[in-house]
Design a protein around this ligand. Structure first.
Ligand code: 13P
Length: 250
């Protein structure tokens, strides 16, 4: 485990065989020796392509989702063991887009995190409040509820997960949480993890939501912000490389 920051690109449902090769080519040409850990999460159909493109590089492979079942009659699902076989190191679980569009519950997310851990994959557990919940003063309550489902299931193994705070109102909107707003929630999450494990300091809590080359330095300077989960800006090599470079100034 390291205290290095972690920057993860979530490509969401974007990409093509040719486009992926070009993007990875540009990233590898510019990445040098990054001052942080780096991963990209392509759509599942491209994991094998990316495994080959990233072999021996400084960029790790991540998945955007993992099944909550171990295997069997679950049409369309991809298991943690299958991901592991393709060299996947991280799996995003509980992204707000899946909670919203695929009706994923806190319990589903916790099962996914547990199966990922069992397969040797680090789950990146996403939590975050909507604009209405923030306005109602429910931010801490919501993120703690989402994380507590995972802690309840994995217990002290929570020290092996990555958490991503992604305020729903900041995702894809260009509206970023201020460094102070983000830090306040990260501190709440850190305290919650501290109650479950003595290794809370080493759990990386990423910020996600319109993070870009311009705001990365200030966000990453916050004491409890240990990296970023990047959507839109991870699809453009120059922007993603600038965010990686922001880690060097920390
Ligand atoms: P954007 O960076 O496009 O706002 O997306 C954030 C996100 O959802 C990463 O998982």
């Amino acid at each position: 485990m390291s205290n290095r920051k972690l920057i993860v690109g979530n490509w969401k449902m974007n990409g093509s065989l040719a486009g992926n090769a070009a993007l990875i080519g540009d990233l590898l040409a510019g990445i040098g020796q990054p001052a942080c850990d780096v991963a990209v999460c392509p759509p599942a159909v491209y994991l094998a392509q990316l495994q080959a493109l990233l072999a021996g590089s400084a960029i790790a492979l991540g998945a955007q989702n993992v099944s909550m079942h171990e295997g069997g009659a679950y049409t369309g699902d991809v298991s943690a063991a299958m991901l592991r076989e393709l060299g996947v190191r991280y799996a995003i679980v509980g992204h707000s887009e899946r909670r919203q569009y695929q009706a994923e519950s806190d319990v589903h997310v916790a099962l996914k995190a547990k199966l990922a851990l069992a397969a040797g994959i680090t789950p990146i557990v996403c939590v975050g409040e909507t604009a209405q919940e923030r306005q109602a003063g429910l931010t801490d309550f919501i993120v703690k509820r989402q994380l507590s489902a995972v802690i309840h299931l994995v217990g002290p193994c929570v020290s092996e997960i990555v958490v991503a705070y992604e305020p729903v109102w900041a995702i894809g909107t260009g509206q970023t949480a201020t460094p102070e707003q983000a830090q306040a929630v990260h501190a709440v999450l850190r305290a919650q993890i501290r109650a479950a494990t003595e290794h809370a300091a080493r759990v990386r809590i990423l910020y996600g939501g319109s993070m870009n080359a311009d705001n990365a330095v200030q966000l990453l300077a916050q004491p409890d912000i240990n990296g970023g989960l990047i959507g839109g800006a991870s699809l453009k090599a120059p922007d993603f490389l600038k965010i990686l470079a922001a880690c060097a100034s920390q």
